[in-house]
Write a protein that binds this ligand. Structure first.
Ligand code: FHN
Length: 479
């Protein structure tokens, strides 16, 4: 009998493990195909470096380069695309753009000030463009002439930035564009033998620059790859796979998102068996998942612009400009779905930030100072989503946060607890000394009354859950 019971427990464990793997990539194709360059791991990384990334939750993206000089306007005409893409605009003479570096002299650039304002905003990591699609390098690369060293400014930007942000307690990640319009060997597709030979040279160049960046800036925690959608790259899954492994050998623990690789069939982000490649899903750009099922148990990161689609500095911010409350809600939504959220800034050519961006950082920072504990080291709470906002849970604890973005007319927040849990205490982060009085409605459902006042920023209620069963006064309806 005992053996039978043990066998039953073993089967149950096996099944639950299988389910957890399935949950990780719940829509893995049933008829999986043999891949040499697909995902090499099922499930999230569990090492300390990845756990650190997971707990940081809130990052600052910096898009900065010579594209800040025109700032989206050339010869009086406004480019309505993303400012960092202005070189591709038919109104922008390529030669004129390619000589802008001779004017790049950000004398007001103060890495310590940049880092301090990011710290004050509550960012715990930063992603900075080392080189965008135009190929201009913000570090004095030995492998290119088109670098900061050739500008009037001359000095390395990346090194002082990484050092200043690290000193402020902020981790640094390096954005690196594979697309490089300045490199004559770059190809979007390979049509001839000459194209293939050029791409071979280009891949050596890429590997050299990435090794150079890791050697020059050894405290960086990862690469944020971009510009990997062209055929020349996505049809060479073997190389991107080998490159990822090469970089991780050079810098153990390095974090690289899903945007770098393709498998041997050209599938990107997810391989042809729908398994995530890279360490986190890196496709959430200017959009966020709606529900936990959308992230399939993967680590993921959302990156967001303040205007709809401007990463580099644009003199004219047209269209909808996100408010600090909108950004805070996006941050809370991301964390409620166990994701990271990275907000983009595009500094001006002189190295300062536009007023709207400075104000945004100040407003977000004021909120994070009071409510950051609902964000850092938090994730999906496992509760049913309610209309008033987002639940987050301090990872591994029974401390649940309610980030209230829509105050109900009733002044009462509805909470439905998992079976076996009751509310031990409830208070707000803005008035932690004042206990709230949850009212049990039925079974394990509560109303939590909040102060009837005008809320100008999201309110955070902290719930401490205890084990126990709420008194169940009511018969279930007989229907
Ligand atoms: O083309 C780039 C764009 O300029 C910007 O860098 C964004 C940031 O995620 N990535 C690409 C567009 O998806």
């Amino acid at each position: 009998m005992r053996k039978l019971r043990l066998f039953g427990v073993a089967i149950a464990c096996l099944l639950s493990h299988q389910q957890s793997i399935m949950a990780q990539g719940s829509d893995i194709k049933k008829d999986t195909i043999a891949l040499q360059h697909g995902a090499h791991r099922i499930g999230n990384r569990t090492d300390a470096d990845m756990e650190r990334w997971r707990n940081l939750r809130f990052g600052q993206f910096i898009h900065w380069g010579v594209y800040a000089i025109p700032g989206g306007i050339w010869n009086g005409k406004v480019y309505d695309g993303a400012a960092e893409w202005i070189r591709s605009w038919k109104e922008m003479p390529k030669d004129a753009y390619d000589n802008l570096y001779k004017q790049f002299d950000p004398v007001a650039c103060d890495p310590a000030a940049w880092a301090q304002q990011a710290k004050d905003m509550g960012a715990k990591y930063m992603v900075i463009t080392t080189k965008h699609h135009d190929g201009f390098c913000l570090w004095p690369s030995k492998f290119s002439k088109y670098t900061i060293a050739a500008t009037p400014y001359k000095k390395d930007i990346i090194g002082p930035m990484v050092a200043a942000y690290n000193k402020a307690g902020i981790d640094a990640y390096l954005y690196f564009s594979i697309i490089d319009w300045n490199n004559p060997d770059w190809r979007t597709s390979l049509k001839t033998a000459a194209d293939t030979a050029a791409m071979v040279r280009f891949k050596v160049f890429v590997k050299n620059q990435l090794k150079e960046l890791l050697e020059r800036y050894p405290t960086v925690k990862g690469f944020w790859f971009d510009g990997t959608w062209d055929d020349s790259w996505k049809n060479d899954g073997a190389f991107s796979d080998e490159l990822e492994q090469y970089l991780q050998k050079l810098h153990p623990g390095l974090i690289i998102g899903s945007r770098l690789r393709a498998d041997e069939k050209g599938a990107r982000h997810f391989d042809s068996n729908n398994r995530l490649m890279g360490d986190y899903e890196q496709g959430w750009e200017r959009k966020l998942p709606e529900k936990i099922a959308d992230v399939h148990g993967h680590d993921w990161e959302g990156v967001m612009t303040v205007p709809e689609n401007q990463w580099g500095y644009h003199q004219r911010w047209d269209g909808h400009i996100k408010s600090s409350n909108e950004i805070i809600e996006m941050l809370a939504k991301s964390v409620s779905l166990s994701g990271n959220f990275v907000l983009n800034f595009g500094p001006k050519p002189d190295g300062t930030f536009r007023t709207e961006e400075q104000q945004l950082m100040t407003n977000i920072g004021s909120w994070m100072k009071v409510n950051g504990e609902a964000i850092y080291g938090a994730g999906y709470a496992g509760f049913e989503k309610q209309d008033w906002g987002y639940f987050t849970r301090k990872t591994g604890t029974d401390t649940v946060y309610m980030v209230v973005c829509n105050v109900p007319v009733s002044g009462k927040l509805r909470v439905k607890l998992p079976a076996g849990k009751v509310i031990g205490s409830a208070y707000t982060l803005e008035e932690p000394g004042t206990q709230l009085s949850p009212e049990l409605i039925v079974r394990n459902e509560y109303f939590i009354p909040i102060a009837q006042k005008v809320y100008t920023t999201p309110l955070v209620v902290v719930l401490t859950l205890w084990n126990g069963a709420a008194a169940d006064h009511y018969e279930k309806a007989k229907t």
